[in-house]
Design a protein around this ligand. Structure first.
Ligand code: NAI
Length: 219
């Protein structure tokens, strides 16, 4: 288990780590065990100096003249990301998005175990996804009192999200993965990570428009 704190590392570096982790896994799957920062740079799309700088924040993993040991780097980044532990999840709001997340088995393989889905819709309550029960949202408060939950995934319409979060027991719920398009107010011990697919989509539409303008200029 990784007990070192990396609190001084910038969030920009932290947000690049999952990408390193993903590419290193692909290398391991191809039985590639050693890679230079130059090759890694070509693969990932970050400059070699960026890669060296990023990994130096954590004490560096490369060896002059050898490059990186892929397995060691993959394991170390996994530890820094906390992926050497397991996490218990619940999903609140079991509609399209909540069910899609529940059906995505890769999270489980990375150590994120889904305990239950909660919803207000009586048609859903009592059903199961992959043996995981849909429960009445009225049971949510008691459930988080009785059970340790690392992460609550909020997938309700935005107008209900704050009310839901207020019901979570702050001693037992450590983090919120928030998909509802609203800024949540939480006690200081709870960490919120917001996800906005639309931000990524709108960045793409910006880039498409920029390219069109450039192409028109060249014609
Ligand atoms: P949906 O309408 O399919 O599902 C919402 C579910 O929440 C329904 O099953 C409904 O019964 C349930 N619900 C409503 N009030 C509730 C309450 N008080 N307690 C518990 N459950 C309740 O909607 P969808 O498409 O799954 O979207 C869910 C949320 O995720 C919305 O806020 C939407 O804006 C957001 N969203 C965010 C994305 C992102 O990238 N952040 C992408 C897609 C959706």
């Amino acid at each position: 288990m990784n007990n070192k704190s990396f609190a001084n590392i910038s969030m920009a570096v932290i947000r690049r780590l999952p990408k390193y982790h993903r590419y290193l896994k692909e290398l391991l799957d191809k039985e590639i065990y050693r890679i230079s920062s130059k090759e890694l740079s070509r693969l990932i799309g970050f400059t070699a100096s960026q890669i060296r700088q990023d990994l130096n924040c954590f004490g560096g993993f490369g060896q002059q003249g050898y490059g990186y040991n892929v397995e060691e780097l993959y394991n170390e980044i996994g530890k820094i990301l906390g992926l050497d532990k397991t996490y218990k999840l619940i999903i609140i709001g079991a509609g399209n998005l909540g069910q899609a997340i529940a059906n995505y088995t890769s999270f489980e393989k990375s150590g994120f175990e889904l305990l239950a889905l909660f919803d207000i819709n009586p048609k859903l309550i009592g059903m199961k996804i992959r043996d995981i029960p849909f429960r009445d949202v009225d049971e949510l408060e008691q459930f988080t009192l009785d059970n340790h939950v690392d992460i609550a995934v909020v997938c309700t319409p935005k107008e209900f999200a704050q009310g839901i979060v207020d019901k979570l027991n702050e001693k037992n719920v450590k983090g919120i993965w928030n998909f509802a398009p609203t800024d949540l107010k939480v006690p200081k011990d709870i960490i919120v990570e917001n996800v906005h697919l639309s931000e990524s989509l709108f960045t793409l539409s910006y880039l498409l428009n920029e390219r069109e303008i450039e192409n028109n200029k060249q014609e």
